[in-house]
Design a binder for this molecule. Structure first.
Ligand code: AHR
Length: 330
């Protein structure tokens, strides 16, 4: 009996020592902003949400690339709320991660939390979307698309298609969520591209929040309020796909009665383009993971990185979509 009690006491003591040892290891501070002393980089990533096919592909790219690069990823889905992103970033600061990366849901209102990260010595990388902070020292780099260019390419294609038009060409626009960089910039680029053509007129423009449901609902309103719609410019494929349902339900033929231009080129969008329901897509690549992990390693090592890294992108017509679709990864 006494022997059994002694054995149990030894076992309890051993597990206390073991747990204590593990905890001490996990809490050890590198002093340079790192959370652990195991040489592994820890990244805290705050994602916008899961609003679109693009976003799902982007999240997959980030998770897979972190695993492949041997980077420990702490991931948070902010569900479209800036306050959730700020909370996640503050948590990452408290946890002393090595690098913080995030895709800001809106452009404004980041200075305070970015300053907190800077004061804690944690480098920040912006991916996909940028912020409008005047102080560029608050983040190391911005990796993502040129959204103004995407809007411009969409507008230039339309100008070319309608160059013989004599009467008014009525355009409706489905914007992304209010205040988001791609919503602001794509609107700007598209507007600039069509500005010199008085025939091309945006008769209605509303946010559809980058979602299929939003695109469908706003397109229904557009169709009710405007008997003559010639063109839809949707700031992403998902809103365009939602709008297809509204257009078909209204007895119109998408891609014929209404010319449809979108941005992204995710698989479902490319399928709609190949099927003749969309007419043109300006690509926006979500595959930012590998470049992001590479940048994280560099900034962690104290290397200087370019302040802006632009994603390479193209455009697709219906014929080009048919060709590209079999090899489309997302
Ligand atoms: O920031 C990129 C945009 O956000 C994509 O175009 C859109 O689909 C996403 O939700």
């Amino acid at each position: 009996m006494r022997k059994m009690r002694t054995q149990r006491a030894i076992a309890v003591l051993a597990s206390v020592l073991l747990i204590g040892g593990v905890a001490a290891c996990g809490n050890s501070d590198t002093g340079g902003g790192g959370s652990k002393d195991d040489g592994k980089i820890t990244m805290g990533f705050s994602q916008v949400g899961a609003e679109s096919g693009w976003r799902t592909a982007n999240t997959t790219s980030i998770k897979e690339s972190a695993a492949a690069a041997g980077i420990e990823l702490k991931f948070d889905d902010a569900q479209q709320k800036q306050e959730n992103q700020i909370k996640a970033i503050r948590n990452y600061i408290q946890q002393k991660v090595d690098v913080i990366a995030f895709s800001p849901v809106v452009e404004s209102g980041w200075d305070t939390v970015l300053k907190e990260a800077k004061d804690a010595g944690i480098p920040v990388i912006l991916t996909d979307r940028s912020v409008d902070s005047a102080d560029k020292s608050l983040y190391k780099t911005f990796l993502g698309s040129d959204f103004v260019k995407e809007g411009k390419l969409a507008g230039e294609w339309l100008v070319e298609q309608k160059k013989g038009a004599t009467g008014p060409v009525n355009i409706v626009e489905l914007q992304g969520n209010t205040g988001a960089a791609p919503a602001n910039d794509r609107k700007k680029g598209f507007g600039e591209a069509i500005a010199a053509n008085p025939n091309l007129k945006i008769i209605a423009s509303q946010p559809g929040d980058f979602t299929r449901a939003g695109g469908k609902q706003v397109m229904e309103q557009f169709l009710k309020a405007n008997p003559k719609i010639d063109v839809l410019f949707a700031h992403n494929d998902d809103m365009g796909l939602g709008a297809l349902e509204a257009i078909t339900a209204a007895g119109k033929v998408p891609g014929k009665d209404i010319t449809i231009i979108t941005v992204d080129a995710v698989k479902d969008g490319m399928q709609a383009l190949a099927d003749g329901k969309f007419n043109f897509i300006a690509e926006c690549s979500p595959l930012l993971g590998p470049q992001l992990m590479d940048l994280a390693k560099k900034v962690h090592a104290g290397e200087t990185v370019p302040a802006r890294i632009e994603t390479e992108e193209t455009t697709f017509t219906q014929e080009q979509a048919k060709e590209a679709l079999p090899n489309r990864k997302y």
